[in-house]
Design a protein around this ligand. Structure first.
Ligand code: BEZ
Ligand code: FE
Length: 293
């Protein structure tokens, strides 16, 4: 498509200014700022790609399909935000790097409130299939002080790549919460993380397929760590050596979150009094919480 001449450009710019000005009077100053900026960036995009009317119709059909598949269990717009990197960018903006604090990453749609409590050394699997994995570490603040009583929520997919909530039968597995001990330490059994696809049977999946992108997430284990006076951390740990680390579909991988998972052969004595029959793995994740804002 030909570049617009000066008269056409002026006409297009005049519309941008008129739309932006229409938001200037919002009572909420922040709303005015956000909508005026959105207007300028949206129009810049439309003008840069010289969007055709057919493409505009396709865009509307895409958003309509995303709306239709969304309900209280399926949120296609968050998935869209995730695959566009908008979720990770928002997290980056709102979790300004602080000393050596552990980095945050996407929350994802599979957290559930009120997961069962386990004691330190307990098992979060609750029937989730997979190779047993021992996870241990500490929670400290950025001054290096141990944090006793920090609440740690953990959740993960089973070896088939499914979270409990995806089975639709009310089971609770692969999730729990626990608290750090008097020395700020924690430890639990889970299952070795497995790669799995984000839900890809809707418009976001179709977009990924049309773009030659995979829906797969690198294998990971989710954490949310809270403690009074410290910034809540939502993050995951990833498995060093996983070939999907560089192509995670939601851009959630950060180098600092990639951990060594040591593979241990059957017969290796396991921590605690657990009798593990086959091979198992172990990893260490020391969490450092930033001060609350
Ligand atoms: C997850 O890790 O659970 C997840 C994150 C973003 C989109 C889908 C799933
Ligand atoms: Fe996940």
């Amino acid at each position: 498509m030909a570049e617009p001449d000066a008269e056409q450009s002026a006409r297009e710019q005049e519309l941008v200014e008129r739309v932006a000005a229409s938001f200037a009077g919002a009572d909420d100053e922040r709303l005015a700022t956000v909508m005026q900026s959105l207007t300028r960036h949206l129009h810049a995009f439309l003008r840069e790609v010289r969007l055709t009317e057919d493409e505009w119709n396709q865009g509307i059909a895409f958003l309509t399909a995303a709306g239709h598949i969304t309900d209280d269990k399926r949120q296609e717009f968050i998935l869209l935000s995730d695959v566009l990197g908008a979720s990770m960018q928002t997290i980056a903006i709102n979790n300004v790097a602080h000393a050596d604090a552990t980095e945050a990453t996407v929350f994802g749609p599979f957290f559930v409130d009120d997961a069962p409590r386990i004691e330190n050394g307990g098992d979060i699997a609750g029937g989730a299939t997979g190779q047993p994995c021992w996870v241990e570490g500490t929670v400290t603040d950025t001054a290096g002080n141990r944090v006793p009583g920090a609440r740690i929520e953990v959740w993960e997919a089973d070896e088939d790549g499914f979270y409990d909530v995806q089975y639709g039968d009310d089971r609770t597995s692969g999730r729990a919460h626990l608290f750090t001990d008097d020395d700020g330490g924690y430890r639990f059994w889970g299952v070795t993380p497995t790669p799995y696809p984000i839900p890809h049977d809707g418009p976001v999946g179709a977009l990924l397929a049309a773009s030659g992108r995979s829906p797969m997430r690198a294998a990971h284990l989710h954490f949310m760590v809270t403690a009074p006076g410290l910034r809540t951390l939502v993050t995951h740990i990833f498995v060093r050596g996983d070939e999907l680390l560089a192509s995670d579909s939601v851009f959630g991988v950060k180098d600092s979150l990639v951990m060594d998972f040591e593979e241990l052969p059957a017969g290796t004595p396991a921590p605690g009094d657990r009798a593990v029959e086959g091979p198992w793995s172990r990893t260490r994740f020391d969490v450092v919480l930033a001060p609350a804002d």
